[in-house]
Ligand binder design. Structure first.
Ligand SMILES: [Zn+2]
Length: 89
């Protein structure tokens, strides 16, 4: 569960909030009650992870799941190029 850094735009109260990804963002400041509590872009929980965890997770899920073979019928090999006939005028 990621930790979001919140900061109140009214009183400047800052707090790290542990939230699920599906949880709605907080708006009310727990300190002064103003509707100015906003999530900061620099979440410390995400910065610690860096960018490596995402690539590793992507690689693991890709090799574990059997990738379905692409069907040859999906390839537009039989479609003629309209540009070739348009040039002959
Ligand atoms: Zn506040």
């Amino acid at each position: 569960m990621p930790i979001y850094a919140y900061k109140c735009g009214a009183c400047g109260h800052a707090k790290d909030v542990l939230q699920k990804l599906s949880d709605p963002a907080l708006t009310a400041c727990p300190d002064c009650g103003a509707q100015a509590f906003a999530k900061q872009l620099t979440a410390p929980g995400f910065q610690l992870k860096g960018s490596g965890w995402y690539a590793t997770d992507f690689k693991n899920s890709g090799s574990a799941a059997p990738a379905p073979a692409p069907t040859p019928a999906a390839a537009p090999a039989t479609a003629p190029a309209p540009a070739a006939t348009a040039a002959a005028d």
